[in-house]
Design a protein around this ligand. Sequence first.
Ligand code: UD1
Length: 448
Amino acid sequence: MNPTGDSAAPESGDPQAGRAGAPDDIAPAPAEIRVRPGEPLAGELEIGGAKNSVLKLLAATTLAEGLSTLRRVPRIADVTTMIELLQSFGCGAWFSDDDVLHVEVPERLEPHASYDLVSRMRASIAVLGPLLARCGEAMVALPGGDDFGSRPIDMHLSALERLGVDIDVSHGYVHARASVLKGEEVSLAWPSVGATENIMMAATAAEGRTVIHNAAREPEIADLAAFLNRMGAEVLGAGSPTITINGGGPLAPVDHTPVPDRIETAVFLAAVGIAGGEITLRGAQPGHLRMLCDKLGEMNLRTSTIKGGLWAMAPQRLRATEIVTLPYPGVATDYQPLLVAMLSLAEGVGLVTENVFANRFRYVGELVRMGADIRVEGRCAIVRGRERLSGAPVRATDIRAGAALVVAGLGAEGETIVRDTHHISRGHEDLVGKLQSLGADVAWVPAG
Ligand code: UD1
């Protein structure tokens, strides 16, 4: 283990145009995002289903033959990739409404996840547990590293071995086989989200009881447990560090609405913090955002739970604070680029410590190109706030860093052009359109 330690009216072609219909109608984003500073934000918008939940729930649909339905599914490229993966196993998948996705799971699956699909999205590894549970075997390409460094899956594999899975890693693939899965005690050295999910899903088919110690506690884990329980599984304690799965029972397809996306919520909180103003985020779940809202409070951003969502109002100027990323309920590593963007414009010196991923400050050079004063030393970033940043062409380096650069542009003089927007389209549904709905001066423009 290695924890360190579109609805938008485009000026030209909107890459997310034509959203209804087949899942593959999200074109790769050839366009760039142009951001200009403007009036304070105002208005309200709807938060979508959590990407990090939906992807695992889609993998989990394969556990039961028949038709499962997911609602509030964001129209993002990662969902398209997961749909293609399910189709490659022999499943049918289609949207019946803008955000209602159906998956028809056949009796027999082809348990093979190709490198082409897995290399597009690390979350593809989430199919390993369900394929083993359903087919007793799986051949899944190794996901490899990504934009924040090497991301091993050793904990996924050693836990599955404890459940009786034979694993052979060769030629870039994990070959996994289990004639019988057996319930066991599994202790994770770090509360890995992905490992916890894979074990939970495999354990639904294991004989007897599986107990996961030091399990991840993210809201998306509790959501997966709710989904599995609705299917007929017996998963107890999700959301706490000890999860028990009494396996072996039959599972049936379900209809489920995933939890709202707390990271998308954080994007708009950062946006209002930087641009100023007052917004309402309908459907947001404040209970999942407590630590973040506490931190934002220290930065003088006011948030308040309202019926059906979250309200936020920006101060005259943000104030710097100290931030440490940790597994849930700590401040999520996925918020980190957004918080660094906010600190770049805050009064005072902020200190950010990244504890989850070894190399998650790669995007900082892009903020520095916008005039931010940030020094990275190992796992820490020291951020000296500036009154304004300076608009510049920058590149999105990953999903969350891309969103952070867009919101940073709201606090920069002149024009910011964010390139490599395919990263943003992977995980953020209609970011441009949603910001426009709050009055932000943001638009898709043709690639320069
Ligand atoms: C998930 C989220 C990601 C989020 C992360 C941490 C999805 C699609 N992605 O990723 O957005 O940033 O949780 O909240 O849900 N590790 C090992 N060995 C393993 C597994 C993990 O060393 O077998 C290490 C990782 O390298 C990392 C840390 O554990 O340093 C946390 O990883 P993990 O919680 O597994 O993240 P993901 O599930 O990949």
